[in-house]
Write a protein that binds this ligand. Structure first.
Ligand code: AHM
Ligand code: MG
Length: 328
């Protein structure tokens, strides 16, 4: 059997002969078109004179790179042209943009995640989350818990360009075939191994962590003579999209927890653009996600740009983290 294209997958995503809702299929295909365009821009880099700063900042006060702005413009134009998106919100823009009145979906995205890696030729990606459109103005309709997502995914621009997608029944992966630009299915029903020996965290922040996080990592570092009785490996790409892709591919735990530097800031990563879509993918692949208090998908959002503590990945590791937090 020849591998299916993304379009063929959307015609029968569960194998039961039922196509994805038409407007959802239109949107997913439109997103994949944008990912192809962004992948092309990313691969040209300095040749197109698009590396370096854009000379602007986003709503969070972070410097925007030229490619952040180009990717954002591409995703916004796509959402508008699709005619199936009522409003879109981006990590790079202050406010949600109303697009097509009466359309069935809302979309949120981080157009190019891993900004610190853009100029150094390390994997980066686009993360997206699709919610049902509900009544309300501005940010209000977006403030739905992650469990309400009808689809979520990311495209990682690495050695291959790979789109990873959930429509709420399992996780599938599609690799872009450069000669044709087609996304061809290369992964079905992806499962995160329950057990792992690999963690991803920015260790330079160790002195700032809360006690349960410190205790968990200390146990991992103690290796086969410590309480976990096994040696752990560490990876940190500093692109969430690439770190989570590794977790989905071979297991592990990814963490960007709250820390004491800015106690009133819940975390670094953003709930609507990063944590929710990644949590849905991880849960659909048999893993778990946790913010130190509750499952991330159950959080009731209060703001479009709200930040959150993130721990996600292999089920067994997240359950150990839950136990450590409950005991603290
Ligand atoms: P960005 O959306 O501006 O790229 O920031 C999010 C990124 C994540 O991809 C990554 O996990 C994290 O920031 C890396 O942070 P640090 O540089 O502190 O290790
Ligand atoms: Mg990001």
């Amino acid at each position: 059997m020849t591998a299916r294209t993304l379009r063929e997958f959307l015609a029968d995503p569960t194998g039961a002969g039922t196509p994805a809702p038409r407007d959802l299929a239109i949107l997913i295909e439109a997103i994949s078109d944008s990912c192809r365009t962004i992948s092309h821009l990313v691969s040209r880099g300095a040749l197109a004179d698009i590396l370096g700063s854009a000379g602007t900042g986003n709503v969070q006060g972070e410097e925007q790179k030229q490619l952040d702005v180009l990717a954002n413009d591409e995703m916004m134009a796509m959402a508008k042209a699709s005619r199936v998106v009522a409003a879109a919100a981006s990590e790079e823009e202050d406010d949600a943009r109303p697009l097509t009145p009466g359309a069935p979906y809302l979309i949120t995205f981080d157009p190019l995640d891993g900004s610190s890696n853009i100029d150094v030729n390390v994997s980066i990606g686009t993360i997206f989350s699709i919610l049902p459109a509900i009544a309300g103005e501005g940010a209000a309709p977006f403030l739905q818990p992650g469990r309400k997502q009808v689809a979520a995914g990311y495209c990682v621009y690495g050695p291959q360009t790979t789109l990873v997608l959930t429509l709420g029944h399992g996780v599938a992966a599609f690799t872009m075939d450069p000669p044709t630009g087609q996304f061809v299915q290369t992964g079905a029903n992806i499962r995160i191994p329950e057990k792992t020996k690999e963690f991803a965290i920015n260790m330079s922040n160790i002195r700032h962590w809360a006690d349960p996080v410190r205790a968990y990592i200390d146990d991992c570092l103690a290796g086969d003579t410590g309480p976990r009785a096994k040696n752990f490996n560490m990876r940190w790409i500093a692109s969430m999209v690439a770190d989570v892709h590794r977790v989905l591919s071979r297991g592990g735990v990814f963490m960007y927890p709250w820390d004491k530097r800015e106690p009133n800031k819940p975390g670094k990563l953003r709930l609507m653009y990063e944590a929710n879509p990644m949590s849905l993918l991880v849960e659909q692949a048999g893993g778990k996600s946790f913010d130190g208090k509750q499952q991330i998908l159950d959080i009731q959002p209060t703001g479009l740009h709200q930040r959150v503590s993130v721990m996600l990945g292999s089920k067994e590791e997240i359950e150990i983290l839950e136990t450590k937090h409950a005991a603290a």
